[in-house]
Design a binder for this molecule. Structure first.
Ligand SMILES: Nc1ncnc2c1ncn2[C@@H]1O[C@H](COP(=O)(O)OP(=O)(O)OP(=O)(O)O)[C@@H](O)[C@H]1O
Length: 270
């Protein structure tokens, strides 16, 4: 039996005002998968992620999450089900990292409910695993881009949702922190969460994804395991880049190496 879909898009057309970006997209994202959207700039990756997050409303078609039409969820109920880390998000002025992470618990609490040990544990754990506890008292606006990105990620973790959507979660992070965040997402996936991320680094996508979704000009052109999806022809067709694909020496997953457009100076005259 195949894994049930955590997220299902059925003939979804979506865009901004009268401008359509993604047309007639049908897609199933398996429950418990680590799915990565790849594709060139402007192809509609964020648009599709925001549609699943209910930030954008489809012009046509239907989005289902955990077997239920997303329009059928109440606001707080949806926030307990799906967490979104968007791109380029701004925090209210003066907000500290801990304040932000505490906000992640809002969907789990009502106006009158007390702060519970479970809330406390979720916040402490989110601050710890993202390495943000050490600057928990600092104001977000005064942090580096990478520190801020980890604070937003901590908020998302405190939200504690079965489905996580992340739009370029490694932006601003140095290489060690990029892998730390991806390992953290892999951990969440290993513990049964459905993780859907947009990534630009194809080698990282191939290393961490159980499923790739390739987008091109607002359409899904390929889906499947990285080892079957990522080929030189796909990279040429979708990104317009000539490349070689070799097994990553560490993981054996496909790794993309662009063909040089000119000889590298260190190679000397040929
Ligand atoms: N708020 C908006 N209003 C109007 N058009 C938008 C808006 N946001 C995005 N677009 C347009 O929608 C198209 C798809 O954008 P989207 O951000 O989904 O692409 P993307 O694949 O995530 O790109 P990138 O890799 O550059 O982040 C682009 O042509 C973009 O200009």
């Amino acid at each position: 039996m195949s894994t049930p879909a955590a997220i299902e898009l059925d003939s979804v057309t979506v865009g901004y005002d009268r401008r359509t970006v993604c047309r007639n997209v049908s897609l199933q994202i398996a429950e418990g998968s680590f799915t990565v959207f790849i594709g060139p700039n402007g192809c509609g990756k964020s648009t599709l992620l925001r549609t699943i997050a209910r930030v954008l409303r489809p012009q046509a078609g239907r989005v289902t999450v955990l077997g239920r039409d997303v329009r059928g969820y109440g606001r707080r109920q949806y926030a307990r089900t799906v967490g979104l880390l968007p791109q380029g998000i701004e925090a209210p002025a003066g907000m500290t990292v801990t304040d932000l992470v505490v906000r992640g618990r809002h969907p789990h609490r009502s106006a009158l409910s007390r702060w519970t040990p479970q809330d406390e544990q979720a916040v402490t754990e989110a601050l710890t695993v993202t390495g943000t506890a050490e600057f928990g008292d600092r104001v977000l606006a005064e942090l580096s881009g990478g520190q801020r990105q980890r604070a937003w990620l901590a908020m998302l973790l405190a939200q504690d949702t079965p489905v996580l959507l992340l739009d370029e979660p490694t932006t601003y992070l140095d290489i060690a922190h990029q892998y730390e965040v991806l390992d953290l997402l892999a951990d969440l996936h290993a513990r049964g969460r459905t993780v859907v991320a947009v990534l630009h680094d194809l080698n990282q996508a191939a290393r961490f994804a159980t499923d790739l979704v390739v987008l091109h000009d607002g359409s899904v052109t390929d889906t499947g395991h990285p080892s079957t999806v990522l080929t030189p022809n796909l990279v040429a067709d979708v990104f317009g880049l000539r490349c070689r694909i070799v097994p990553d020496p560490v993981t054996g997953t496909p790794a993309v190496f662009p063909e040089p457009t000119r000889p590298h100076p260190s190679l000397g005259p040929r």
